[in-house]
Every structure is written in C-alpha cells, then in structure tokens.
Design a protein around this ligand. Structure first.
Ligand code: HEM
Length: 406
C-alpha cells in the first residue's frame, strides 16, 4: 500500500475523506460524523482552538520519529535508551542531536503539575492498588479490545504477535503511574511516558504501510482521549459504583496524576479535562462512537483472558471464573462485543461476593461475611499483577521498527 502522508491526506480529502477511510476500519455505528463540541474551557489549558481531535496527532513527535525510522537510527536509539530509566537520569551520550533536543523538552513536567497533588495521588494509588490494578489491567484491557481503532492497531503492530510481551511492556507504564515515586526524581514515569510517546509516533508511521491498515493515521488525539477515559475515568466510575470511600482531595489528586500523564504522552493540554465533570462529559462524547466489535478485538480478548486464566490458575481458578470476572468489570454490551463467554453461575457468585469484599476492605463489615470466592478473585488479581510486574522488570519499552510479522 502506498504511504499517505497526513498533509497529503488532509489536503486531498479533508476531514470527510479521512472519515471515509476510517469507515473501513470502524463498525457502521461508529461512522456517524459527530461535531466536536467539547469546550476547551473545560481543559487544563482553559482555552484552545476547539479543533476536532480526530484530525490532530502529535506534531512535535511524529515527523522526528518518522525521520529516525527512515534514517535507520532506531535500533541504535533503542540500544542507547535501554538503560535510561529514572526521571532524574541524564540522557546517554551518542543520541542523534534532534532526538536529544526533543527528549530534553518532552521529559519536563507541565508548568501546571502540582507536586502536592502528585504525592496525594501516590498514596491513593497505593491504598487502592488492588482495585486500580484490576480495573486498569483487566477491565481496561477488555475495554481496549472493544475499541476498533485500538484493537486493530495493537493487532497489526509489532507487539500484536506476542501479547504477553505487549502486556508486560504496557504495564511498565501502568505500574510506573501507580508507584509511590511516579513523578519523583527516582521514579520512572517521565521516562516511560516519553518512550511511549515515541512508540506511538512510530506506530503512526509504520501502520500506514501495513497491508491490513486503511489510509488513516492511527492514534489521533481523539483515540488517545478514548483510551485515557478507559483508564482513570472508567476506574473512578467503577470505584464509585463499588462504593469505595474516596475523599474529594483523593479524587482530585488521582485525576491530576492522569492529567500529567496525558500531557507527558503528548495529549494536548486543550483536550485534557480539568475536572471530573469535564472528564465525564468528554468521555460521554468520545467513548460511545469509538466502541464496537472487531474480529481482531475478539481474538485479542481471548488471548488476554487465556493469559489471565493461565497465570492465576494453577488449580485454583478456572477460565470460566476469569470470563465471569471480565464480564463483571465491563458492561454487558462490551462483554458481548468482545465475545466473552457467558458464565451465569460464576457471574452471580462474583456479583454477590465482590461488593462484600470491598466492604470488608473498607472496614465496613467483618471478615466472616466475605464469601470464599471473593478471596479467589482477590488472589487471582494479585497473581496476575505479580506476573506482569515480574515480566515488566525483564523488558523495556522500545520503539518498533516493523509491524506485526505476516
Ligand atoms: C504502545 C500506553 C493510547 C496503540 C504503548 C505502550 C504503552 C502504551 C505503555 C508501550 C508498550 C509497547 O511498546 O508495547 C498507552 C496509553 C494510552 C495509549 C497510556 C492512552 C492514554 C493508545 C491508543 C492506541 C495505542 C489510543 C491506538 C489507537 C498502541 C500500539 C502500541 C502502543 C499499537 C504498540 C506498538 C508495538 O506493538 O510495538 N501504549 N497507549 N495506544 N500503543 Fe498505546
């Protein structure tokens, strides 16, 4: 397939041309042309042009990484960046000058980052770790496979061929955001966000050369907002649904660490919601049209649930329980799009047991009221997290140079 540059695409077909191409990759119900009405006054920038984020990508990063790939510099860059890990660590010498200049700027926290809020968020992430890991790891995974643009880009990019490694790499950032030292000098969030931003830019360049991809440029600002809402917005909604007590300062701080992370990943400040209300309204606008079924999403879901069952099972937990847990974490429509098998018995057991476990954890009921199955889920979540925590330590986020091998 010929390479279609963004400029060429926009010049030749404008938004409508690009949307036509998007239609190839999206289910019918996602093709509706909706006007972008979310007001930039609700963003952390407080203002902005109000441009539709479906046609905005990452201008600072994309041309640079495209150039690195075309120059054949990426393998050497990956080698040099392998041991670049800590937020306060100087860059290794020998990097191409344009990349060094870029990273020096991209690694800086935004001027509006608030150290106190980041500290509160770190404590919150620690005390609510089990919910957050389950929601972001398993729940977020199930949501992402029901987002056609994301499922297809994951499937056809390099990592799609080895989902265990892919999940391990993705969880490097997830665990970094949740760590106590996330944005402290000894933490790793700034580094891993910048590396991820470079990876996304590479995917934008590479996927357009895949015979399985249409003419659109993947990972638009809108796509990133969609995924972002499957992380903090979804997790906060579920924790509220589970009646986890959350103080206003904790909610604000949790939003803040994700606002900072959004910025570090290259989401423009004019699109990053300033408040939970603004986040909910944006989520309502971007998520529904972005979701639906795909063959690739169904296959990825099956692989992910197979991994969950395998890593958590030895004897104690079965694939049906994993299916039921996954169905419990997302709503019925998403579970059906993902073709997660129905498990009526387990589903009923989880729906009864999980809220009791939450109540026990929050000190609201005594231990004997928690049914055994709740501890099985708790243990499964722990093992799954531990598995990817361990795997994540063995690998690093690297810029891909190829798509999924045929
Ligand atoms: C890679 C996180 C949005 C597609 C990664 C990686 C991380 C990550 C940590 C590195 C792991 C690796 O190299 O395999 C995030 C976060 C997002 C986001 C936190 C939003 C807040 C998106 C979106 C898409 C996407 C919207 C597509 C529509 C990909 C792909 C790769 C990747 C295809 C892997 C490239 C490969 O296989 O080598 N992402 N991502 N991401 N991301 Fe994202």
């Amino acid at each position: 397939m010929t390479h279609v540059s963004r400029r060429k695409m926009l010049a030749s077909g404008g938004a409508l041309g690009a949307l036509g191409a998007l239609g190839m990759a999206a289910p019918a119900h996602a093709r509706t042309l909706l006007n972008w009405t979310w007001a930039p006054s609700g963003s952390v920038a407080g203002k902005g042009a109000g441009a539709d984020p479906r046609w905005v990508w990452d201008d600072e990063t994309d041309p640079l990484v495209a150039d690195l790939l075309d120059r054949g510099d990426v393998p050497r860059v990956n080698e040099l960046l392998w041991n670049w890990e800590r937020n306060d660590q100087p860059l290794p010498s020998g990097l191409p000058r344009d990349l060094k200049t870029y990273i020096d700027e991209a690694r800086e926290l935004p001027s509006w980052a608030d150290r106190d809020k980041l500290e509160t968020a770190a404590e919150f992430n620690k005390s609510r770790g089990i919910y957050l890991n389950l929601l972001n790891g398993v729940g977020g995974g199930m949501l992402s496979t029901a987002i056609p643009a994301e499922a297809r880009s994951v499937y056809y990019s390099k990592g799609g061929a080895d989902m265990e490694d892919r999940v391990a790499k993705t969880s490097i950032l997830g665990f970094a955001v949740g760590a106590l030292d996330a944005y402290r000098p000894e933490g790793t969030c700034m580094v891993n966000s910048v590396k991820t931003r470079l990876v996304h830019a590479a995917v934008r360049h590479l996927l357009q050369r895949s015979p399985h991809w249409g003419d659109t440029i993947p990972i638009s600002q809108n796509d990133m907002l969609v995924t972002w809402h499957t992380l903090p917005t979804y997790a906060m909604r579920k924790m509220r649904e589970w009646k986890v007590p959350i103080g206003d300062d904790e909610a604000e701080a949790y939003l803040h660490v994700w606002q900072v992370t959004a910025h570090m990943l290259g989401i423009r400040d004019e699109y990053i919601p300033a408040t939970w209300d603004a986040a909910d309204s944006q989520s309502g606008q971007v998520l529904p049209p972005a979701m639906g079924p795909t063959r690739e999403g169904v296959e990825l879901t099956d692989i992910l649930l197979g991994q969950l069952a395998e890593q958590t099972s030895p004897g104690s937990i079965s694939r049906p329980l994993c299916n039921a847990l996954a169905r419990y974490l997302v709503d019925k429509q998403v579970a059906d799009w993902d073709e997660i098998p129905r498990e009526p018995v387990w589903e009923r057991a989880i729906a009864t047991a999980w809220p009791l476990l939450v109540k026990f954890r929050e000190g609201l009921i005594p231990l004997p009221l928690v049914p055994e199955v709740a501890w099985t889920i708790d243990e499964a979540a722990r093992r799954y997290i531990l598995f990817f925590l361990t795997k994540g330590k063995e690998t690093k986020i690297e810029i891909p140079t190829v798509n999924r091998p045929e």
